[in-house]
Ligand binder design. Sequence first.
Ligand SMILES: NC(=O)c1ccc[n+]([C@@H]2O[C@H](COP(=O)([O-])OP(=O)(O)OC[C@H]3O[C@@H](n4cnc5c(N)ncnc54)[C@H](O)[C@@H]3O)[C@@H](O)[C@H]2O)c1
Length: 372
Amino acid sequence: MATYKPRNILITGAAGFIGCHVANRLVRNYPDYKIVVLDKLDYCSNLKNLNPSKSSPNFKFVAGDIGSADLVNYLLFTESIDTIMHFAAQTHVDISFGNSFEFTKNNIYGTHVLLEACKVTGQIRRFIHVSTDEVYGETEEDAVVGNHEASQLLPSNPYSATKAGAEMLVMAYGRSYGLPVITTRGNNVYGPNQFPEKLIPKFILLAMRGKALPIHGDGSHVRSYLYCEDVAEAFEVILHKGEVGHVYNIGTKKERRVIDVAKDVCKLVSMDPETSIEFVENRPFNDQRYFLDDQKLKNLGWSEQILWEDGLKKTMDWYTKHPDWWGDVSGALLPHPRMLMMPGGRNADSEEPNGTTTPVKGPKLPNSSSNL
Ligand SMILES: NC(=O)c1ccc[n+]([C@@H]2O[C@H](COP(=O)([O-])OP(=O)(O)OC[C@H]3O[C@@H](n4cnc5c(N)ncnc54)[C@H](O)[C@@H]3O)[C@@H](O)[C@H]2O)c1
């Protein structure tokens, strides 16, 4: 198997969660690669996520939007970019039930701008597009075989629909213009540096504050979680060994119910799950399960290394050491953050002045006016 050797990599969205682990890893492991991060520093990002790389000579950060064709063209030319790893996106399913036009704008239009810049500059040797398991839609509860890379895409929420839409454009630019594209579809990721609107850091921060952990619906929904370092390694493998034109699932066979995740977090802080978990209104639609066939990536030599118990403990330790990484995140800790909001900002759902969480009475959708 031939190994690809990039020179100058543009990583979009790497002031966010997964991208920062990938960027920091590549900067550390490959001093001969230049890593340029482009991120618009949205509410969920944090420049400190890139602290391990900031003084490295092979690292550069640019604040900006992937939707700006001028900026993207300029960067590709001036930095002689030959490889793109595209993580930037609006990523929170719950928020996509509110202002989903932002998801179309960033996830589909933003990806389109990047692809067009690749076409115009004609210098890209790899475009790694980061997609999600959610594009397959939900897996039957009793299915024993996971979705493989050729399975049909049946997204069921606005977030996953925009991720599937972006994938279609990536595929089309591969076919029409011969752009060397690779797509990944990953299970849920957890670990340090994840903005606490997502389930695991939200539970951890609430537990650290002695507050109840809100569960959407009855907690029977099943998710598969990979630790961020395992996922960063998967991207390192795909970058070097992935085949152009292929899709790779980044998955784990280990699944757990949301209620069990909450119980495991309670256990770590010695809280009684019986009194510390509260059941709140479910999402408008909540996929029961995402189950992936992960064999194709394993064939490239990757395998999951970090056990759930160890990963959760490391994650808890990190949040304990860095309780204020994003400042005031009380708005993100609500059971259903629906608006694109600044940490601590008000949103459409019930919110008490002191930021405590309460079960919501019913879904109240915000005005979805577009600024497309
Ligand atoms: N987190 C998961 O469990 C998971 C699982 C599978 C796939 N994914 C995919 O992985 C990617 C990264 O996810 P994450 O959890 O790290 O997300 P995140 O929300 O933590 O970070 C996203 C980053 O993208 C940036 N961004 C958003 N729109 C931008 C734009 N228009 N221009 C420039 N920067 C922009 C944000 O500022 C932020 O830093 C996403 O594409 C997501 O769909 C995530």
